[in-house]
Design a protein around this ligand. Structure first.
Ligand code: ATP
Ligand code: MG
Length: 334
């Protein structure tokens, strides 16, 4: 039935709640495309361990949280298969085979690996951290995904996945698919601090689970043009985080707001109120959908278990082909 549909594989590390950056960078695309593509959504708990190996007590909570965020954001478990990475041992097997011919220097020079290592203060990189892009290549290719909806930071990883797959197909047999990235409307949403990208780990995020009041407080405290003291002072939208968000969440009004700000006709208070309302309008339907799962948490577990079982059976099928291509099928041939 779904056999001739192209496939999507994408996901997140369970390291905290999802935020507006995830939504505009990747999640909105997944919700839109799930009707058209056969969608697999990976909760990458093993990848979370590459930076959070000592914080394993939070994993179960974060896996539950992220699944609830997905469902609230509009992923439909009838259309999107949501599953847990560690429960599919075949992914780790494929990672091992890929790592036999992937160069350590290529991983060391990967710009996202470098910037994340710096962000976490890693100098002596672990084997697992350095190799996580190889594991991602296995996540994607074991499901034979054509398309990977992601934010901008992931582009080098998808390029590497393509290379790893191409090499596999050349070395052994063409059984895997070369994936392409699909970057969202906003490839890199800035955080509330106005400096780094919005991120779970940097405490600069508006979360999908935030209450209307929390959204209001965060927008209220966000950084605007520091040279603007009185409402009538001409503003500089280019240095204002609130303006950055209006560009994304209030497309209809942003041009007019920019103009009024530059002329000193609209004050920051009013501008922040408008933004708060727009973000809350986006989050309201998610809050409504989330309630169903908060009232009945076992639904979340059921969805995850069913998704993991389905994903496992697909991964097993691919691995039969992979082992066959690599001639690791001794008992069939001896
Ligand atoms: P962590 O701090 O734990 O790395 P994160 O917030 O960077 O968390 P990830 O789980 O690493 O989130 O990323 C999941 C997906 O969301 C990736 O496709 C990534 O590109 C996208 N993404 C994350 N943050 C943003 C952002 N601020 N803007 C656009 N896309 C983003
Ligand atoms: Mg990240």
């Amino acid at each position: 039935m779904t056999d001739n549909k192209k496939r999507i594989l994408t996901g997140d590390r369970p390291t905290g709640s999802l935020h507006l950056g995830h939504y505009v960078g990747s999640l909105a695309n997944r919700v839109k495309l799930q009707e058209q593509y056969e969608s697999y959504i990976i909760i990458a708990d093993v990848q979370a361990l590459t930076t959070h190996w000592e914080k394993d007590e939070n994993l179960a909570r974060d896996i539950f949280q992220i699944t609830t965020d997905y469902l609230a954001a509009g992923l439909n478990p009838e259309l999107s298969t949501i599953f847990v990475q560690s429960m599919i041992p075949e992914i780790h097997e494929l990672t091992m085979y890929f790592s036999m011919y992937t160069s350590v220097n290529v991983l060391r020079h990967n710009p996202t690996v470098k910037s994340e290592a710096a962000q976490h203060g890693f100098t002596d990189l672990t084997y697992g951290f350095l190799g996580y892009p190889v594991s991602q290549a296995a996540d994607i290719s074991i499901f034979k995904a054509d398309l990977v909806p992601v934010g901008e930071d992931q582009i080098p990883h998808i390029e590497l996945a393509r290379k790893i797959v191409r090499r596999f197909n050349d070395l052994y047999k063409p059984v895997l698919i070369e994936p392409k990235e699909l970057v969202g409307d906003v490839p890199r949403l800035i955080g509330l601090d106005g400096k780094a990208k919005m991120s779970k780990s940097l405490n600069n995020a508006i979360f999908l689970v935030d209450t209307p009041e929390e959204v209001k407080q965060k927008v209220w405290n966000s950084v605007t043009d520091p040279s603007r003291i009185r409402k009538t002072d001409p503003g500089h939208p280019d240095v204002c985080t609130v303006y950055e968000y209006h560009k994304v969440f209030n497309k209809d009004e942003v041009a007019e707001l920019e103009d009024s700000c530059r002329k000193g006709e609209i004050g920051c208070v009013n501008c922040k109120k408008k933004l708060t309302n727009k973000i809350n309008e986006l989050l309201d339907p998610m809050r409504e959908r989330r309630q169903k799962y908060i009232n009945n948490p076992s639904l979340v577990k059921d969805i995850l278990m069913a998704g993991t079982e389905k994903a496992h059976s697909v991964a097993k099928e691919t691995m039969v082909e992979v082992r066959d291509a690599m001639k690791i099928n001794y008992f069939d041939v001896l």
